[in-house]
Design a protein around this ligand. Sequence first.
Ligand code: 5AD
Ligand code: SF4
Length: 482
Amino acid sequence: MEHNPLLNGISVKEHDETRQGEAFGSNPATQLNVNAPANGKQFYVESYGCALNFNDSEIVATLLNKEGYGITTNYKEADLILINTCSIRENAEQKVRERLRQFKAVKKTRPETLIGVLGCMAERLKEKLLEQEQMVDLIVGPDAYRSLTELIQEAASGHKAVNVLLSREETYADISPTRLSSNGINGFVTIARGCNNMCSFCVVPYTRGRERSRDAYSIVAEATMLFNEGFRDITLLGQNVDSYHWQNEAEGSLSINFAQLLAMVAAISPDLRVRFSTSHPKDITDEVLYTMLAHENICKQIHLPAQSGNSEVLERMNRTYDREWYLQKFNRIKELIPECAVSTDIITGFCGETDEQHADTISMINYCKFDFSYHFKYSERSGTPAQKKFADDVPEEVKQQRLDEIIALCRFYAHEKNKAAVGQTFKVLIEGPSHKKVDGQLCGRNTQNQMIVFQGGQAQKGTYVHVKVTATTTGTLIGEIV
Ligand code: 5AD
Ligand code: SF4
């Protein structure tokens, strides 16, 4: 398992091998407060899973920094090793356990090192994890990070420390995350925590609790601060951003929904691009689409997980929409915003999925021709409604075959999209040198989130240029500034 030392103490792990993209940059832009009352101790944090988890590690970094902790990129010299975990699929948990084995080896030479497990696995397994993973000292759930310093003290005095209380209020609204893994251009802002949907396959409602929307003004303040620091592309994060709803008790009846929040963030500056993820097909509204249309700087890109193209499977998944509903939402997006990129998540081999039902997913992909997609084999999670109600009865090799078929088809359409871009000119935000580090070559994204590589000349990172696409490989568009 590789660790990228460039990331100043945080290492970026793909959400899943089947994920085709990476939302994170890789240059260090850590802005730890150097005036912190240093206590001479250093922590190391490594994160797994979704962008929300990475953002949580940045909140943890701020909290620890306030207590005087410095950060290190080398876990072997850390006083405190933290691993922020994901439980969404079994293989995510396995990766964490493998990594824990390496961390525990440090204790042979430095027995005073503390090891803490944060995030979804901590929440799912609670004290049980202490029995399973001896030498872990701290277990901290996603809503308990404010208690970290007390827990560290408790662990340092030789007692195992656990706080996995979920909260109905905690949004960490007042904490400005320390940007650990960032190129200084793309920033992530969490707008809501938890999830009230009960998709039958999903462990998230149990590990991250009830949905809470964060104070809209604190979101705008954080996005403004990022803009002032040079960030130009901000993604608003939530399990289900469309159900964002913040009620301001101080201002009586004032309430802000997601479309209004989007408009508020977009108003910070026309030079600030705004993206959001994830949308739920049952909740995305025309108001959101019209808001996207009204603001050039709200990117024309929607991540709209379908999970399946078959209505019976969707019902067993408790997605609360059917195939027709999904296709109607898809059509509506394309009707109002024809250039909008739509991406999706798909699960193969969910309980009881037949060949015909899988064929419905294939036909949906053929209809939607997604710009981008993530695909997963169904992984049964203990305690979820699907685990209680249905048998995980699709054989592993069938799940794999269906996954392979879907990956090949989605790649084909993604490549078709890239070919269609050749000859077109896009407004591109420069993110920095191209990943291949060819002399003078820069890269950046268009509003649809396609990455384009081009010769930069005098163009500066964080500025916009118009780029005409001249060629494409399967993954990347190649162009020239016009
Ligand atoms: N098995 C496989 N994939 C899952 N996802 C969520 N739970 C599971 C599971 N038990 C996928 C869904 C979701 C994405 C974040 O992860 O597609 O949209
Ligand atoms: Fe899980 Fe469904 Fe909530 Fe997404 S919307 S986090 S899949 S329960």
